[in-house]
Each structure stands twice: as C-alpha cells, then as structure tokens.
Design a protein around this ligand. Structure first.
Ligand code: ADP
Ligand code: MG
Length: 603
C-alpha cells in the first residue's frame, strides 16, 4: 500500500497561508507599510494602480536589508522581530509573524530593491509564485522599495472575488488612514493611478488628523487625556454637534496599533449619551498605552482585534475621561439641538406617515450640573408646558408683542374678522397667528425650509436648478472616498446646480445653486458630500436627501425681524404646501393652542 499523507510543497503551503494574511489589495498595503514603519522609515510612499489590482508599490527610507536578509525575507516564518515566544509579550513592532512577504510572493509578482543602511550597492530580487526569478545588485538610495504586481494572478478564484475598484480603493484608503494616524511623525505620500491623494508632512497628531480629513476638522476636535496605573489615554474626540449618521472617523489605537473593540466603543457612546441623538456617531481618535504584557494582540490573523487584561476598568476610565473632556470644554450647555442639521428622522421613519419627531430632549437634564442649565434650549412642543410663561418671560413677551402689534395693525390688509387676521412675529423665530379656535404658533425657520424644499423639488423634477457662476471658485478638501462618491452622483449634483473640477482631493467649485449665499456654500458642501457618501441612502432617496440638505443649508442664519408683507407671504406660501405641518426633516412646523387652554393659563 502506498502512503497517502505527504507534505505540501512550499509554494502550495504558502498559497494557503497567504489566504489568511492577504485577502485583498488593502492587506498588501497594510503589510508593506507596516514593514516600512518597522524598518524605521521617516518617509513612506504608497503608489497604487487600479485599486492595487495591477500594482502596489511602497517605498521607504528605512534601514533596508542586506542581500542575505533580502532573500530570507520571503521565507515563511522569517522575521527579524521575534526571537523567542517570550518576545510575543513585549512587541513594539507591527509585524512579528514573518508571514507577510512569503504570502505576498506566493500570490503575486514581487520586485524588491533594498539598500542596507549606508551600503554603496543594494539588492534587487524578483519573485513570482514563491519562486526566485532574479537576484541582482542594484544602485539606489538608502531604504527599500517593494512592488507587488498582478495580485492573485495564480489564484483566479480570489482575483474574481475582488470587489469593484471603488470598494477596493476604499479599503486601501482606510488602511492608509489607520497607519498615518498611528505615526504622525512619519511623512506619507499616497497616489492612485498617478494622482496624488495625500501628501502628509511629519506633524503633531492634531495636524495629521486635519491633513487627512480636511481643514474643517480643526474646529471639531476636543483633546482627551488621562493617566492611571493600568492605562494612559490620549487623543481627540469630535464635538457632539459634529456627529454623523455613519460611523466615519472612529479610531482606537493601543500601543500604536489600530484595533476595533465594540465594548470600548460602547464606553464612548455612553459618555456622549444625551448629548447626541440616537443612531448618530461621534468622531474619535483615541490612543491607549498599556503595559505590553497586559495585552494580547494575537487573537486574530489580521490583528484588528486585541484583548485587554483589564477591559472593565479601561471601560470606565475611558468613559469618565471623555465625559470630563466634554464637560471641561463646556460643550454640554452650548449645544443647540434645534439647529443641528443632523437631527433628521432616519430613512425608514420617513416612509411612515409623518409624526412629530421622536427625539425627546429633557431641557433640564445636564450631565455636568452647570448652574446655567436653564438656558439650554427647549425642544418640547408648544402644546406642552413650555408655553407656560414664568414672570421674566412674560415681560419680554409683552414688550415685543406691543411693539409688533402696532406695526401689524397699521399694515395688514386682512380684515379684522377674518380668522387669519392677526399675525405677529415673536422673538423673531415664531409667528403667532390668530385662528378661530385659538392661536397658532409657527416656527418660521422650519416654515421657510418647507417652502424652499417644495420649490426646489418641483424645479429639480422639471428642469435643472439654476446655477450661479462663482466669482471666486470655492475650494474644499475632501476625503478620497467622498470624491469617488461625488463623481458617482455627478448627474444629480449637476442638476442641483453644482459645477466643479478636481485638484487632487480638493474640489474646486465654479458654480453653485443660485439661491445659496456664498457664506453657506462651505457648510452645504460638507453636508452634501456626507449625504452623497452615505452608504444607507439608496439612489431613489438621494435626490430627496440632497434637496433637503440644500434647503437646510440655505436657511441657517437666525431670522431677523420680517416686514409684515414678508411674514404674510411666508405664511401664505406655507399653507399652499401639502406638507405644511412638518418640515422636510420631520420637525413640527406649527401647533395650535386652543382658547380653552389659553384661559387655563390664567386660572
Ligand atoms: P514580519 O514583518 O512579521 O517580520 P514580513 O514577512 O513582513 O514579516 O517581513 C520579513 C522580514 O523582512 C522582516 O522581519 C524584516 O526583517 C524584513 N523586511 C521586510 N520589509 C522590510 C523593509 N521595508 N525594510 C527593511 N526590512 C524589511
Ligand atoms: Mg511585516
């Protein structure tokens, strides 16, 4: 009888092992950049073609390899970073398994050029399917350049399994961001098909975040810091008013390694509790330092999950650190829930018959016990107790009433006995209208939003929305993924009145919807690109979402005192809308307070 068990040839074993380490182009990117970081590089370049499917090149100025090490580096379990099993618990390097280069060489064409430290001459190696194809001396500057071509050329099943260029690029961008955020001290350059996507100078963390995600991030960040025996926490959290409806920029790092952890993520959410609406996500960049022996990084082959020895304590330390930071920066009392454009009903909700918004904010709740809590804006509906005036309010109310009542009666053309006869703007924000059964309170801003939305929707359906040529082209830095989405939705965006060009990741806007004021364009672009890149919005909903965003953006300023004709006009137009009860984002525009109820106030 012949034996049936035999050892797999190395190239097959490597191919199998490769499947675990290298799932897609982004995994190659991660491994190569991490090797460059481990080699002590201060400048790292990443150049990809066709989302990394055609080629991925990483160039570093690190310590390089000797000829012998260069050859060894493609052997499985060949690593310079781990000598004994004990070392596993004191790792300071990214890699340690010695599997990456062997795996990559098993499933791609690899070219390596490396010059060891100050050697005059270096080594060039070509590998294909685990086989050494060429080994030659080469002249180049200090460091290493690795080019990985035709990924999965010999594993068609894998190659066919790859997603669209757009999706694969997103994964690469994400890996790149994680490493760039771990090492702000290293300069990075990143290009795709010859277009430079990022060119990051060595910087402090805050600057690195802003360089990566755009200037507008600068005003969004609050620093956090805490040092205890078991953990040191540093980094930044996004202010609550900048929450997004998608996860976006949420990064945990421990001992300079990116990780995911839903338990600790929960701690963050808890700290933000009551400051942000449900189903929204704050940005965070949080860096933990723990003693290496209290951390297990080896529980996942691609190493994005880690296990802390003291997870429970770290949870509560993290939560209180964030709460403290939020309190210290006085964020809690200054949030104006009313003006948060993100306070929208989720998509599913919008399909249902319109109902008052479900977000309930307790105006008296203040997690930081500030004395000024009573100045928090009230979002309770007008029919609840909010209308009960206390003495001071009552006085204000009276003053304005008298003032305006005068101009009102002298200008209005509506006969007195008409039920809609008396209209009054109060606190600039509201209109009070006398109706048969009592008085109607109208939120004027929401009313304007509804009117604009209806107008825009109608225009959008019939003709493209008029575009205005901008006198000074407006520039706005975007993330690469946002740029892709923006281009994907070109037709709708052009129809909305936008015209643009790209300078790398910067959009240069030459035309914008004509009804937008120049000052509103920045905020609007931000909101629009977020909508466009929102994975959960399907194409059919997108037009609605974009127009809603535009009508909000055109309507951010505080209302001034309106001329009586203006006030009349707004109210008339509002009542022409089929949806005059609710704003496009589902907020109540009006409510009536019955005479009876009014009488009760005076009892
Ligand atoms: P690991 O990083 O887990 O050690 P790799 O397969 O990624 O395994 O790399 C094998 C070895 O090759 C590394 O331990 C390192 O000594 C060497 N090496 C890889 N890339 C570089 C680089 N860019 N510069 C210098 N040495 C490198
Ligand atoms: Mg490695």
């Amino acid at each position: 009888m012949t034996e049936v068990i035999h050892l797999l040839p190395d190239n097959i074993a490597n191919q199998i092992a490769a499947g675990e380490v290298i799932q897609r182009p982004a995994s190659v990117v991660k491994e190569l950049i991490e090797n460059a970081v481990d080699a002590g590089a201060s400048h790292i370049e990443l150049h990809i073609k066709d989302a990394g499917k055609t080629s991925i090149q990483v160039i570093d100025d690190g310590r390089g390899m000797t000829e012998g090490d260069a050859r060894m580096s493609f052997e499985r379990h060949a690593t310079s970073k781990l000598q004994s099993a004990d070392d596993l618990f004191k790792l300071s390097t990214k890699g340690f398994r010695g599997e990456a280069l062997a795996s990559i060489a098993a499933i791609a064409h690899v070219e390596l050029e490396t010059v060891f430290e100050s050697a005059a001459i270096g080594t060039q190696i070509k590998m294909a399917g685990s086989k050494l194809e060429a080994l030659e001396p080469v002249a180049r500057s200090k460091g290493t350049a690795i080019t990985v071509k035709n990924l999965f050329f010999n594993v068609p099943a894998r190659r066919n399994f790859l997603k669209s260029d757009q999706v694969e690029t997103k994964h690469i961008v994400e890996e790149f961001n994680r490493i760039a955020l771990t090492h702000p001290e290293i300069a990075f350059k990143f290009s795709h098909n010859g277009n430079v996507l990022q060119d990051l100078l060595s910087a402090k963390l805050r600057k690195r975040i802003v360089d990566l995600f755009g200037m507008n991030f600068n005003k969004k960040l609050v620093p956090i810091e805490e040092k205890t025996d078991i953990v040191t926490i540093k980094g930044f959290i996004g202010k609550p008013e900048f929450v997004r409806k998608k996860r976006g920029e949420q990064y945990f790092f421990v001992n300079n390694r990116f990780f995911k952890n839903s338990y600790l993520n929960h701690a963050v959410t808890q700290a933000f509790d009551n400051l942000i609406p449900p189903k929204t996500f704050p940005a965070y960049f949080i860096y933990f330092e723990v003693p290496p022996n209290s951390l297990d990084v080896n529980i996942h082959p691609t190493k994005t999950e880690v296990k802390f020895e003291d997870e429970r304590n770290i949870y509560s330390i993290l939560r209180s650190t964030i709460k403290l930071a939020l309190g210290k920066y006085n964020i809690a009392p200054s949030i104006d829930f009313e003006h948060e454009p993100q306070f929208d009903l989720p998509n599913e909700e919008r399909q249902k018959p319109v109902q008052p918004p479900s977000i309930q904010v307790d105006p008296d709740y203040n997690p930081f016990q500030k004395a000024s809590a009573s100045t928090a804006p009230s979002t309770t509906s007008p029919s609840s107790g909010a209308m009960k005036p206390n003495r001071e309010d009552w006085e204000n109310y009276y003053e304005i009433t008298e003032d305006q009542a005068f101009s009102e009666t002298s200008n209005t053309t509506v006969p007195e006995e008409d039920t809609g006869g008396k209209k009054l703007q109060v606190h600039n924000k509201f209109a009070l209208v006398q109706v048969k059964t009592g008085i109607m309170l109208i939120d004027l801003k929401r009313a304007k939003e509804r009117i604009l939305y209806d107008d825009l929707m109608e225009q959008f359906m019939l003709t493209p929305i008029a575009s205005q040529q901008l006198m000074f082209p407006f520039e706005h830095n975007m993330q690469y993924a946002e740029k892709l989405e923006w281009e994907n939705n070109k037709t709708s965006l052009k129809r909305l009145g936008f015209n643009w060009e790209w300078h790398e990741n910067t959009i240069v806007l030459s035309g914008a919807p004509s009804f937008l004021e120049d000052e509103d364009i920045a905020q609007c672009l931000d909101a629009i690109s977020e909508k466009v890149a929102h994975e959960e919005i399907d194409k059919g909903e997108l037009a609605h979402e974009l127009i809603r965003t535009l009508s909000e953006a055109a309507n951010t300023r505080k209302l001034h005192q309106l001329q009586p004709e203006e006030l009349n006009h707004i109210i008339d137009r509002l009542f022409q809308s089929e949806q005059h009860q609710f704003s496009p984002s589902g907020r109540r525009i009006m409510n009536t307070i019955a005479l009876e109820e009014l009488n009760n106030y005076l009892k």
